[in-house]
Design a protein around this ligand. Sequence first.
Ligand code: ADP
Ligand code: MG
Length: 691
Amino acid sequence: MTSLDDIPVTQLKGVGSALAETLAKLSIHSVQDLLFHLPYRYEDRTRVVPMGSLRIGDIAVVEGEVMKTDLVMGRRRSLQVTLRDDSGFLVMRFFHFNAAQKNQLAEGASVRCFGEVRPGRAGYEFYHPEYQVSPPPMPAAGEATLTPVYPLTEGIQQPRVRGLCQQALGYLERFPIRDWLPPDLLTDYQLPGITEAVRLVHLPPAGSPVHLLVEGRHPAQQRLVMEELLAHQLSLLRVRQQIQARQALPLLPTGDLPERFLEQLPFKLTGAQKHVVQDIRQDLSQPVPMLRLVQGDVGSGKTVVAALAALQALGSGAQVALMAPTEILAEQHFRNFQDWLEPLGVTLAWLSGKVKGRARQEALAAVAEGRAQVAIGTHALFQDEVQFQRLALVIVDEQHRFGVHQRLALREKGVGGSLAPHQLIMTATPIPRTLAMSAYADLDTSVIDELPPGRKPIETIVLPDSRRDDIVERVRGACQTGRQAYWVCTLIEESEALQCQAAEVTAQELSKRLPELKIGLVHGRLKAQDKVDVMARFKSGELDLLVATTVIEVGVDVPNASLIIVENPERLGLAQLHQLRGRVGRGEQASFCVLMYHPPLSNNGKARLQALRDSQDGFFIAEKDLEIRGPGEVLGTRQTGLMQFRLADFERDKGWIEPVKEMAPGLMKQPKAVDALIRRWLGENIRYGEV
Ligand code: ADP
Ligand code: MG
């Protein structure tokens, strides 16, 4: 039997090849695609609002009589139509119009229009509203329906999409949509079948509960939301399944490298570190690729765990790749590993985008010939020209800076043939549980839920920038007693240039005011080598104060630094501030973080800085961040599209995450259902199939 999936959109009335091309940009190819092109909100056009009660920003239907219609010449020519009802006035303004329109909107005409209220030169205005002249009577209250609003792309307008979707609904009688969810499950959750749900969201029948629809909580919407979340979950499980269908080199915990490493460490592992090391040891010994995520709060000691994983791999004669998201962080790992591993006879290679010429050729050759046992670098490690001889373990530090797709690309570098590398992913920021469950469903998780002993809590102080002088004195005081400090300049993130400039200006100003201190400056626009040199001088204690942009946000580890000043913290996300604050509190001395905001603070801003002052629990802070800023920001995957849902809203729908996680494994046993659901909801955007 033909299914809706096989019926091309060109079968619909009025869809020629040009429109089909436009629809393709929205990933709409078949009638079924169109039916799953879902409204992302509704407009309530069921009531006429008196003009006198309109406020700026209202989206409303008004009805009235044309008082006058003028051609206004101003900067841009426009047609200005003044309407009136019993309560007030409103202007419709058109920048594009024709003579017929002008005649139709003559004085005395009765008009109903729909638009958004904006302040204009003639009072409140609607720009280019949808309108009807001599409109039919409004439907009675009980019969009115909401108007769906669809995602658009260039070259297609709302009414067109609306019309096509309505046309597509006509096919449902003959070709119902295949429901892949077990009927029991729908009964349990009291959800409608798929066909009914799709019909309802495109065309909510008269009398549907308006508030539920507007909020996205109607059972029909929730049915679709749940299916969408499920499809995402299944797509990640599918990735996992495909990776784990391949074999990996079992890396048995033989050899004495790990023990010798632990003996030379100046500290003992925490209980939490030991647990995680144990998880990893277990995974690596298997002939199946490890897929493990290690979460740990700032300073919980993830690097040592990574080193131990690497040593286990070396014991089997394999190569290891360690990737970090920034030059500074990769360099720091490289130095750590030099200190830790070179005494054990391990050979390292350093590869970042900035390594050029002879040095690069040499590093590439060492990696290709297997002379370098551990390659450390930025994402440059995963360019095509980097070929490993026997890569069996990939470690990615501070993963949330990388897109999900980069993560999926890693495994391509595996040990030749059919063997896939083991993967260890470490995150900078704790990830809220619900988010981890949906974004990292393909990974096993270990948590380092304990900080090394002896850490003193960091005292966080929130001050307005009018107290700048006092804060400068505080820096002087701290540095005079032999400790070190960071001064972080932040600006709106989009403008790196401005941010660097601000840091330069601040460094100059502080040098004038604190002549007795040695001050360094690091920002994204410095040459790689200069960055590295400054960091090394700060780490060695030669510099007292480091003025920096947010480039030092993750990973930087200088235990003697015990004071950090963050300018304009109100502009950063909570998780990011928590990371920055985590630059201090790494040694034994009491540490301080001063958040120097620029007044006035919004209420929300106040609450956020307070949350940070009151808590040092990364998981708690991450939950707050998720509430305030949404999953895309928290995970840093906004561009990669993974967490872009059509219908689901992470905050509103997080109640589904747990049930969806439970139902997914059962469905995995039906490959056809999995294929169909992934295709239905993720389309061709993510090619999970290409393993
Ligand atoms: P993060 O988890 O933020 O990457 P790091 O690996 O940079 O943390 O570790 C932070 C600091 O704590 C480093 O100076 C590291 O040497 C130290 N450290 C790690 N584990 C322990 C431990 N078990 N006891 C004491 N110090 C530790
Ligand atoms: Mg780290």
